[in-house]
Ligand binder design. Structure first.
Ligand SMILES: *Cc1c(COP(=O)(O)O)cnc(C)c1O
Length: 460
């Protein structure tokens, strides 16, 4: 399978699709706590999340439906805030952003990363403090930079020489002095256990350490009194389960910090190591423990800086997937069931690549179960597919569902909280599903589902 680039840099699915189908799980009804939201259980046979039966959710809100376990997501926010006390945790909004998520972030004391003025607008619309926002992007427009400066965002991560010049001009015009970081391409690229320490510079993000572009960016920013250079930033990949790649990246960033001190006599006070920590999508996936991750990253930064004779900078991390991914599920209704003789059964549901493009885009893997009832029928090798006009419209490539599956049954797909709603489309003019938050036995809509009127709005 070829490597597909993806906005989130996700390569979870770069692993080859299995030629041989997986063995059926020992218990088709099992809700593995490592893969499903923290409050999930089966009650009377049906899946419940946040104390709400999925059959009730489907009746009340319809399907497809994104369901967010509020207690799960907020407890992960708190876990990060606690584990990284003394450091900064900025949630990467591109994983999934809406007003309610921003309110939770604010209540739990986290910061926020945005990558466009649209994402910035969501945050500001509910009064999120601008100084806790970092603006990212490899091609921020003049309008976006202007909005960021006017709002007074805490940091802008510069990604090119053009942007340094643009930002310098805009800051002067507005009489502001924004704090900036430089996005450094360290030559480290990590995914799951694998990392390569010589990743090529041939990519659109960042300024290369290797070619000297990062050091040149430092010179140019320091020459502009209207910009305050406070640190370096790096983001090395996604779905990473150990800290080895971060150690190499931190070491390389620190070498640049030393060079900056020697050349300019300036000690930069901040270091941002990005996000990219992994979650469990299928049985056997590893997910790093947040406390261990925090201890590991802090130890690395302390060690490399002490070795280099530098004061330890303030550390920032930017988790996205690990905060919202595990607490989200998608509920679908089974429509057509088609047995392809001797091969497998295609189970079609009422959504697909428009609400979850990750499988089609880069072969992501997911776990799904029959959610509206328990079943002791035999396992049936299935492929869970959507209703779109693409044969690649697959949600789960290989899974076992009970052989008595019938139209009208509800299927739940786990770990869809990150990079599903945020990457959703209206392909085939399907309205985007609602997002509901569940907690303490009740559900509430946090993003209204689109209607056909919404789809026609704006057409002339
Ligand atoms: C996407 C992104 C993140 C978050 O990545 P996750 O894999 O969701 O943790 C953090 N920082 C930057 C700069 C990113 O682009």
């Amino acid at each position: 399978m070829s490597r597909f680039a993806h906005p989130a840099g996700d390569r979870h699915a770069e692993m080859l699709p299995q030629e041989r189908p997986p063995l059926p799980p020992a218990d088709l009804n099992r809700i593995n706590p490592a893969i499903w939201p923290r409050t999930s259980t089966r009650t009377d046979g049906a899946l419940t999340v946040g104390g709400v039966d999925v059959r009730e959710l489907a009746r009340e809100h319809g399907t497809p439906l994104y369901v967010i376990d509020e207690d799960d997501v907020r407890s992960r926010m708190r876990d990060y805030a606690t584990a990284f006390a003394g450091s900064e945790v900025h949630y990467a909004g591109k994983a999934f952003l809406c007003k309610e998520i921003v309110r939770w972030l604010q209540a739990e004391g986290l910061g926020l990363d945005v990558a466009s003025s649209g994402e910035l607008a969501v945050a500001l619309s509910v009064g999120f403090p601008a100084e806790r926002i970092t603006m990212h992007g490899n091609n921020k427009s003049v309008a976006e930079l202007t909005k960021a400066i006017e709002a007074g965002v805490g940091h802008i991560v510069v990604d090119s020489f053009d942007e340094i010049a643009r930002l310098g001009y805009l800051a002067e015009q507005h009489g502001k002095r924004p704090k900036v970081m430089i996005r450094v391409t360290t030559g480290v690229e990590a995914h799951t256990h694998e990392f390569i320490a010589t990743a090529h510079d041939d990519q659109k993000f960042g300024l290369s350490l290797n070619t000297g572009a990062a050091a040149e960016a430092v010179r140019r920013i320091l020459a502009l009194p209207q910009l305050e250079l406070v640190g370096l930033h790096s983001h090395i990949g996604s779905q990473i389960v150990d800290t080895a790649g971060f150690e190499v990246a931190a070491r390389r960033l620190t070498s640049l910090l030393v060079q900056i001190k020697d050349e300019h006599g300036v000690v930069l006070p901040e270091l941002d190591l990005g996000g990219g920590y992994g979650i469990a999508y299928v049985e056997g996936d590893e997910a790093p423990d947040i406390k261990e991750l925090a201890d590991g990253l802090r130890e690395i930064v302390t060690k490399v800086c002490v070795d280099a004779g530098l004061p330890v900078p303030r550390l920032t991390v930017e988790p996205g997937r690990t905060i919202v991914g595990p607490g989200g599920i998608t509920l679908y209704e089974v429509g057509t069931i088609k047995d392809v003789e001797g091969l497998r059964t295609y189970v079609s549901v009422n959504g697909g690549m428009s609400d979850n493009v990750r499988t089609a885009l880069y072969g992501a893997e997911y776990t799904a179960v029959l959610a509206s009832r328990a079943s002791d029928a035999e396992p049936m090798l299935s492929r869970l597919v959507g209703k779109h006009c693409e044969s690649g419209d697959i949600i789960v490539r290989d899974l076992h569902l009970p052989a008595d599956l019938a139209p009208g049954d509800l299927i739940a797909v786990s770990a869809t909280g990150a990079y599903c709603r945020s990457l959703a489309s209206n392909y085939n003019y399907l309205p985007k599903p609602a997002v509901v938050a569940v907690s303490g036995g009740s559900s509430r809509v946090i993003v209204r589902g689109e209607t056909e009127d919404d789809l026609l709005r704006g057409q002339l």
